[in-house]
Design a protein around this ligand. Structure first.
Ligand code: FES
Length: 286
């Protein structure tokens, strides 16, 4: 089975459609016509994904999501909404949803967002309870960036660049925020973030050190440089010092092979680095 899914909607026709589309594709599907019924199913069963309507009588989808998260903070949620107002979507995004489906949705769209949500869960990209640097204030600034680019073609990359400047990195919650704002699937945002090496999903230190391990740099001792930084700062590659001052990463060819071995600290490129004097590069940050 591809995954266990709980669909919650007060309209039987929506439940039946989801079941008819998802079951033949290999998903196990349970349905609930109310938030209350869904919460009791969550007590009894494990679900890889919950797909829920926002507008429901008695308890709406937002309150349902809050209670579902109390039961399982890592649960993956997609919301269905017939009224995709900015406010309801923003509220839902704050509750760390994976994606949303505006009604009426096509079978292809449902299958696409479902497959993406299950894939993100498999890769361990699950909604996080708290994200460093992603405050309410930053979220408002990000909304302004999205508004500025919303109707421009090719807006995704510049929005991601500004988002990375604002937050420092692009965790899944920021990717979902951007996908919701630009009205594109989260999978598209995630695809671009993973493709380009200048986008990062991990937080960085105040000063980010990148050591090139491309062939030209490698043969001139780049591995020794990595070790010097790693030992001197007591951090692993991909890590960040406890005072958050430095982070260390390795990259493949920075396009400056003539200067090998090459280290880039923040935006400054340092060439022909002597591995013995590697740590001298950090003196200016003391
Ligand atoms: S291999 Fe290091 S810059 Fe090209």
């Amino acid at each position: 089975m591809k995954g266990n899914i709980l669909v919650v909607d007060d309209e039987q026709i929506v439940l039946k459609s989801c079941e008819r589309i998802l079951s033949p594709e290999g998903y196990g599907v349970d349905t609930a016509t109310s938030a209350k019924e869904a919460l009791s199913l969550l007590d009894k069963n494990f679900y890889d994904l919950v797909i829920t309507d926002i507008k429901m009588p008695e308890m709406d989808g937002i309150e349902f999501m809050k209670q579902a998260r109390q039961k399982n903070p890592d649960i993956n949620i997609i919301v269905i909404t017939g009224y995709p107002s900015q406010e309801s979507i923003k509220e839902a995004l704050r509750l760390r949803i994976i994606d949303y489906l505006p009604k009426p949705f096509s079978p292809t769209h449902l299958l696409e967002v479902t497959a993406n949500a299950i894939e993100l869960k498999k890769r361990g990209i699950i909604p996080e309870p708290q994200v460093e640097n992603y405050t309410e204030e930053v979220a408002v600034k990000l909304d302004a960036v999205i508004d500025r680019y919303r109707h421009k073609p090719g807006s995704l990359i510049p929005v991601l660049q500004e988002a990375q400047e604002l937050v420092g990195y692009l965790p899944p919650v920021v990717q979902r925020h951007i996908a919701g704002g630009l009205k594109i699937p989260v999978s598209e945002v995630h695809g671009v973030v993973s493709f380009y090496s200048f986008f990062t999903m991990k937080p960085k230190g105040k000063h980010n050190i990148r050591v090139c391990l491309g062939t030209a740099c490698y043969v001139k001792g780049a591995e020794e440089i990595v070790k010097k930084f790693s030992d001197g700062l007591k951090l692993e590659v991909g890590g960040i010092t406890s005072d958050k001052k430095f982070s260390l990463e390795t990259v493949r060819c920075l396009g400056a092979c003539g200067l090998a071995p090459v280290v880039v600290i923040d935006k400054d490129t340092h060439g022909s680095i002597n591995p013995v004097k590697t740590l001298d590069l950090l003196k200016e940050f003391e």
